[in-house]
Design a protein around this ligand. Structure first.
Ligand SMILES: *Cc1c(COP(=O)(O)O)cnc(C)c1O
Length: 467
């Protein structure tokens, strides 16, 4: 498979190139040159397969020519062994035609594990083959940092540094990062907010000599490998609900648009998804876009669902590219103008065609708590503040008579304070994390200062590489 940039000015790459590069050199995002297609009978033949095998079959066209199928299958099997549920991605029925696709049974209790666990194996495999080492740096406001750390802890060819804003992540989220005791993991608590952390990471990537010396790499959600690893669970769920003979809808609690983009990819590959419901919290740029073609940036407000607190959804560029007929010049112009003005201009005809398949939905914090209580009372289903927005969206916007697959993206125990407020109980952590509050934390504090942080990363990485 070849990959092209949505902005058309970066070289085409194969899967390995895209995996290691993340962002394209022209500022665009890599997309497969064409979506692979599965016929209805090919899809049907995947029904009943164990999840890791189904995942390998769906991902194989994306890695074709770069990774042997037998290696891919073995990595898929290893990626999901640590999951706490035998089905890996169980589907829970919440109401007539309403299903929660539980994507949170991985090590860090959020759906990011679905992709990052596999991406960790892919990195290690590729780096070992090439005899290279990379230094991953990232910033996190919550879930991504811990999922990335869990995915690469103790891997020989990878060092990872994660910056988090000191005192501004939840205790569970912080402890999930800082209690991983591995020589290749460096946690830095930055005196600042999440934007400071993200700016520091961007500045490290922009510092060419530093970037080359460290062989910096990223595992953020714009990496296409992550999107690819999120496609199989939609296929798995839809097959279980009667696809390809029966259409389904999906409802996805959305931040950076990576998860729902994977559902879009599944449809391009042949899965009959009749409707995409994009669920947001008070940070509702996507709801405003889908409701009234208003994609204008506003200040990010903190909410009970912090992993959806975004000002701009970076993966939306990939959907736009498809809806603009893969016109890279037009995509590039639209994105540059958006960056310059803070408002995206999308032609009415294009907006209308997106609107025919995508619908927006929004819940503020107060409604989120109410819905947690309601689903718990009416279906005995305890959903976290992210997942519940998807469930409510699926209930209120699902097409009549079609099963709606709602992505349940985090375990309720990850957000005990919100659950306590909503239903008056504190959900216990699952057994593998039950001693999280007693584990030893390791992290270093630093000011939001580029030179100081680069020195820390350099010393840490050099010590490991010379060890
Ligand atoms: C990251 C995350 C999301 C948002 O997913 P996107 O792919 O960024 O849209 C939703 N819920 C949880 C719990 C997450 O960790």
């Amino acid at each position: 498979m070849r990959y092209v940039s949505t902005r058309g000015q970066a070289p085409e790459m194969d899967f390995v190139g895209v995996l290691l590069a993340g962002l394209a050199a022209d500022g665009g995002l890599y997309m497969p040159a064409g979506w692979p297609r599965f016929s209805a009978s090919e899809l049907k033949s995947l029904r009943g397969l164990p999840y890791p095998e189904l995942a390998a079959r769906i991902i194989a066209p994306f890695t074709a020519g770069s990774i042997e199928y037998s290696d891919l299958l073995s990595m898929c099997r290893r990626a999901y062994v640590g999951f706490a549920h035998k089905a890996i991605v169980p589907l829970a029925q919440v109401d007539t035609n309403l299903y929660a696709l539980e994507l949170f049974h991985g090590p860090t209790l959020a759906f990011k594990d679905m992709a990052l666990q596999l991406v960790g194996h892919l990195f290690e495999h590729v780096l070992a083959q090439r005899g290279e080492k990379v230094c991953i740096v990232g910033a996190t406001s919550g879930d991504t940092g811990s999922a990335a750390i869990e995915a690469v802890a103790n891997r020989k060819n990878i060092d990872i540094t994660i910056l988090h804003p000191e005192g501004k992540t939840s205790e569970v989220q912080r402890r999930q990062m800082t209690t991983v005791q591995a020589d290749n993991v460096l946690n830095i608590a930055v005196a600042g907010n999440f934007d400071d952390c993200q700016d520091l990471v961007k500045a490290m990537f922009a510092d060419e000599p530093f970037r080359a010396e460290m062989n910096l790499s990223a595992v953020n959600s714009i990496n296409f490998a992550r999107v690819a690893a999120q496609i199989p669970y939609y296929v798995y769920a839809a097959l279980n609900l009667g696809a390809p003979e029966r259409e389904v809808a999906v409802a996805v609690p959305t931040g950076n648009f990576g998860n729902i983009l994977a559902a879009w990819a599944a449809k391009q590959m042949g899965l009959p998804i009749a409707k995409f419901i994009v669920a947001s919290n008070r940070n509702d740029i996507l709801t405003r876009f889908l409701g009234a073609n208003d994609m204008s940036v506003r200040t990010v407000e903190p909410s009970l669902s912090p992993s959806m607190d975004i000002g701009v959804s970076s993966n939306f560029e990939r959907l736009l590219f498809d809806f603009l007929g893969r016109d890279a010049a037009l995509t590039a112009k639209t994105m540059m103008d958006f960056r310059a003005t803070g408002k995206m201009v999308v032609e009415a005809t294009v907006w209308y065609s997106i609107r025919q398949q995508f619908e927006g939905y929004r819940l503020d914090d107060e409604a989120t708590l109410k819905e947690i209580g309601r689903f718990y009372a009416e279906s005995e289903y305890l959903a976290d503040p992210h997942s519940v927005i998807g469930l409510a969206a699926g209930r209120d916007c699902g097409p009549i008579g079609l099963p709606v697959i709602c992505a349940a993206t985090a375990h309720p125990a990850k957000f005990p304070d919100a659950i306590q407020k909503a239903v008056g109980l504190r959900p216990p952590l699952p057994p593998h994390l039950s001693d999280l509050y007693d584990r030893k934390e390791t992290f270093t504090r630093a000011p939001a200062d580029l030179a100081e942080i680069e020195t820390m990363v350099r010393n840490f990485t050099n010590r490991n590489r010379n060890a």
